[in-house]
Design a protein around this ligand. Sequence first.
Ligand SMILES: C[S@@+](CC[C@H](N)C(=O)[O-])C[C@H]1O[C@@H](n2cnc3c(N)ncnc32)[C@H](O)[C@@H]1O
Length: 271
Amino acid sequence: MVSPEGIVGVFDRAADTYDDVGVPWFRPIAQGLVDELAVQAGERVLDVGCGRGAALMPLARAAGPTGSVLGIDLAPRMVERTARDARDLPQVEVRVADARAPGLPPSSYDVVASSLVLFFLPDPGAAVRTWAQLLVDGGRLGVTTFGPQDERWEQLDALFRPYLPPAMLDARTSGRRGPFSSDEGVAQLLREGGLTDVRTAHRTVEAVFRDAEHLLEFSWSHGQRAMWEAVPEPEHERLRRQVSTAAEQLRDDSGRLSFTQQVRHTLGRRP
Ligand SMILES: C[S@@+](CC[C@H](N)C(=O)[O-])C[C@H]1O[C@@H](n2cnc3c(N)ncnc32)[C@H](O)[C@@H]1O
C-alpha cells in the first residue's frame, strides 16, 4: 500500500484531470452508492474522500436545499476544485479533513457515504468505527470498494510490476487484499464498526477507450498514477510503448477497447 500521505499527493496531482478524460467511471460507480443509500430531501450527509464530487453532487441533489452535504478530502486541490463546482449549491460544503479523524461532532449525520476510499486507509476497521460514530441512531453508512477486475486489465498492470516496490503491487486501489478480497470481508468491517442490517449490492461498470492513447491518459488521471510515479522517468517512454502495444491487442472482435470492473456497495445502519 502507498503511504496515506503518498496517496493523497498522488490524488492532489491527479485532481486537474481526475474523472475528466472522457471515460465515465467514478461518477457511475458513485451513483450506484447514492442510489443504494436512498438519501431523502432534508437529510444531513457526509461524503468521506469526496474527490471531485462523484458522490457529492448526486448526494447534494438528493438532500436538496433543505438538507446539507459536507464533503471532506485530504487532497487540497481536489477540495478546491470540487468546492468551486459546488459554489452555487448552498447545501454543500467541501473542506480539507482526514478521513481517519474528521474532527466532526458525533451523532450528527443521517448518512455517511464513501466511494473508493476505505482501501487507501491503513486501518479501515478504525475508519469505519469512526464514521459509524458520526451517524445518528438509525443513520446509514455506505462504502464502495472494488470486486473482481477484468483479467485483461490485470495484463496491463503486470507490465508495471517490475518497477513497483512490493508494498505497492496493487496501486490502482490497494484494494483487493485483506478485507477487500470478498463481500464478507467488507461486511465484517461494518459489523465490527457497530453497524447492523449489513448488506452488499453489486454493479459492473465498463471503461471504454477510443484507443491506447486514451487508456494511457486515463491511467494518469486516478489512483493508477501512483504506479506511473513509481516508474523511473527514463523508463516512461518504453513502458508507454509496451502498454500501448498490449492495449491495442486487447480490442475485442468488433475493435472495441474496453474493460469491466465489478463494484460492491456495502451498506449498514447504526442501531
Ligand atoms: C479514488 S478517489 C475517490 C474520490 C471520490 N469519492 C470518487 O468516488 O471519485 C480517493 C479519494 O480519497 C482521498 N483520500 C485518500 N486518503 C484520504 C484521507 N486519509 N482522508 C481524506 N481523503 C483521503 C483522495 O484524496 C481521493 O480524493
